[in-house]
Structures are given as C-alpha cells and as structure tokens.
Ligand binder design. Sequence first.
Ligand code: NAD
Length: 498
Amino acid sequence: MSHIPHLINGERVAGNGRSAPVFNPSTGDSTAAVGLADRATMQLAIDAAKAAFPAWRNTPPAKRAQIMFRFKQLLEQNENEIAALISAEHGKTMEDAVGELKRGIENVEFACAAPEILKGEYSRNVGPNIDAWSDLQPIGVVAGITPFNFPAMVPLWMYPLAIVCGNCFILKPSERDPSSTLFIAELLNQAGLPKGVLNVVNGDKDAVDALIEAPEVKALSFVGSTPIAEYIYSEGTKRGKRVQALGGAKNHAVLMPDADLDNAVSALMGAAYGSCGERCMAISVAVCVGDQIADALVEKIVPQIQALKIGAGTSCGLDMGPLVTAAARDKVKGYIDAGVAQGAKLVVDGRGLVVPGNENGYFVGGTLFDQVTPEMTIYTDEIFGPVLCIVRVGSLEEAMQLINDHEYGNGTCIFTRDGEAARLFCDEIEVGMVGVNVPLPVPVSYHSFGGWKRSLFGDLHAYGPDGVRFYTRKKAITQRWPARKSHEAAQFAFPSNG
Ligand code: NAD
C-alpha cells in the first residue's frame, strides 16, 4: 500500500507519526495511507514558507504569472491522469472529474493576469506637487484548508491567486482524497515555482489547529462544512487573522408553473444527482409552485432517476459514482430512514442499490422524496448525497420565504419564463449565488464565489476580485517632492485643498 507524503520546501516529506487509510469508494478497498502531520511537521512547512516570502514578494508579478502559464499547460497535459486520481479516491465519474479540473484551470487563467490585477491605483496632483497611489501588497504566509468533494478545484480557487499576489502558501487538503491535490501541487513546482512558496501538508484537526495557532500564518481560507467553518473563523479571527470560511448548503430550485419542464427536469437531474449529490451547489430541494407542476415533475423525473447509470466512477459513460466513504453512505441512508419515519413520501428509494462487481462500494441510488415539509431533517440538514426533496407551495412569495428562512444561503435557482418573477427572485432572495434557468450558478473565475448566512463566515468571497482583496493588503502612499530651497511654514490646521 502506498504512502501519501507531504510536500514541504519543494520536497516530498514522509512526516512521522500518524496516518489514515485512503479508500477507493467504488470498491471499498483501502488503497493508500496518508500522513497526518503533527505540529513539528507543520512547523517545517511554516518555516519554509516564511523563508521563501522575502524573495517571492519581490519577484515581479509578470514573472510569477509566467509560472502560472506553464502550470496551466501542465494541468492540461495531465488532464486524464488527474481525473483518474480524483475518481479513484473521491468516486466521482471521470467526466465530472475533468469538469472540476477545467473549472480549477479557469482560476489559474485568472491568476495569469497578475500584473493587471496588482496594478493598484494612481492619482497625480492630489495636492500641490503631491501624488498618491495605492499598492496591493502580499500578506505573507497564508494557508488553505479544503474539503474532499473538489480535491482539484477548491485548492485551485486558493493558491494560484494567493501566490501570484506574492504570498507563500500552505495547503491542508482533505485527508480522504489527497492524491490528486498533491500531484497538482507538484506540477506547479515543475512549472518553476521556487521552493517553499507552496507547501502541502496532509492531516486532520491537529494540522489545522497548528495553522490556526501559528502567529506566522496571517490568513486562512477554508472550504468545508459549516461547523468547522464557524470554528476556524472564530478561532482564526480571535488571533487577529484574516479568515474567509465557506460552509455547507441546502440549495433550493424553484419551479414556477410556467417553467420549461423538460429542460428543468434535465437540469435538476444533473444538479441533484451529479457527483452523487456531494457538491456544495447541488440542488437538494425542488420547490414546486402549485400541485400541477409538482405532479408533472414527479411523473417526468421518476423514470430518469430509475434510469441513472451508476457504477465505479473510474469507468466512462456513467451518471453517478459512489459516495466518498462508508460513513458518508451510512449517513445518507440514515437520512432516508428519517425522512420515511417523519412522514415524507419516498417515491424512489436508493438504499438497496447493489452495483454488480462492486458490491463493497459505497453506493446509494438516486432517491426522491415528495410531500417534504420544513421541519423534517431531510429538509433542514445538508444530506450531501443523491437525495432530492420536493416541497409543494402555493406561490412564489411562499417559495422565497421558505428559502429565506433556511439557515444556509449558498446557491439557488428559479425555472420560469416570467421575467418579472425572475427579477423579483434575484432581487429579494437571501442567497449568495442565484441562477435563472441555470441550476448550478457557480460563478466564473473572474467573478467571486460565496454564499450568505451560515454558508460563509467572513466578508470576502473566494477567488476572482474578492480573492485578490483577500490575499492582499492595501497600502496608500502619498508623496511630495517640494521645490528646492522653498521654505515651508508649519501648518497646524488639518491639511486640505480648501
Ligand atoms: P469537512 O468540514 O469535514 O472538512 C473540511 C476540511 O476541514 C478538511 O480538510 C478536514 O480535514 C478539516 N477538518 C475536519 N474536521 C475538522 C476539525 N474538527 N477541526 C479542524 N479541521 C477539520 O468537510 P468535507 O466533508 O470535507 O466537505 C463537505 C462539506 O464541505 C459540505 O458541507 C459542503 O457543503 C462543504 N463545501 C462547501 C463549499 C462552499 O464553497 N461553500 C464547497 C465545497 C464543499
């Protein structure tokens, strides 16, 4: 069984001490052991990042960008190998793994614009012979802690941008599927990144706590579940760090009576069951405005759920793979049990699914509940599995109230042909990312990603323009070169142009 090491100061480091098994979720086999860093190992990475910072901060942004251009090429050349690594440890289909990688590469492309995004602002003659400008300076050593569900894309939301902004980075990936993350980081080193600028330290809570407590780490980006996001935000900010912590979700799709139902059903199928529902932007609730659209939805979607092609993610041409771990499978099945016990109508039951040849894989089939009500745990909680709940309401206002009352506010969408309804929805919905006839409104890399309410702790969203603000400190410089030999009397009134 292979050992998955850390990447510190440009070298693979075995670390010493604990490790955790990594599984192939399609087979249930343990395929590798990943090192779980102790504090001493994390300190090696912090020291390496700190030592690399002075030279890296003074490296011209255009040179930093050139490394990102080479990185992008290497990512594209290694697309199949990366997708296979993702699928083997996460379980998602190869096509889905390629999709996540491509969205990650878009963030590298954004980072390639480093000289442009770091230009700052300049004003001449803000006063007599006085010029002023503002500079975007790096913060220093910054860290990212990432979830299992996008082992390639979410780290790529963070470190390419942090690094081109002049920071040195420590990444603590998910311990459940660390191989693709490590492989990708090594590609960036191959692209010419100086040693110590990017370090990858595998681990669990101990490694995260070491990052939170280290005074050298000035900022933390986190993506994962809400309880951990809240913990990292409160512990990090308490220590004066800058923190952006993105959490969990419960994303609703509103189906208006005038929706183009065939297309809405196709969109819902992909958004609810793609990646086995393990996406923070997955649609897990369909809110139907009126019984007519609800009944029509059930009629059309049930055969499609029953026809889902489910199997080992590493095979091609499938719709859905397994859940990531046995614990995740059991948790999802537990929610389905609870939904039945709490009185929801189980229309399609995925609990009994067995995939021939992969009997030990962590599979749950596509599941559909109807007649779900807001107090049920299948409605309140993030299930993170292939379970879609239908809630029936009487009006758009009622649908919006339901969404606005939910504790999460990551993504949502509306299916309608009515521009007025769509406009009202976009304007008044208490959710950070909104789609109109778009089921997964994940912003492109030159916008920023983030939810509202308990889906995000912090002020700035991830990547794009907000990412630049998060990974830089603004310095405003006011400069005057007085004329030679001119005498200036002391001024006691506050200086102004008045
Ligand atoms: P998780 O919170 O269990 O783990 C995320 C990271 O935190 C991992 O690196 C993990 O090692 C670390 N961690 C776990 N427990 C910890 C603890 N007690 N103390 C410190 N660190 C700890 O999340 P996950 O299961 O890997 O990912 C799924 C979750 O992530 C879902 O809730 C999903 O909605 C969310 N997610 C959110 C977004 C977003 O952008 N909002 C994107 C992807 C995933």
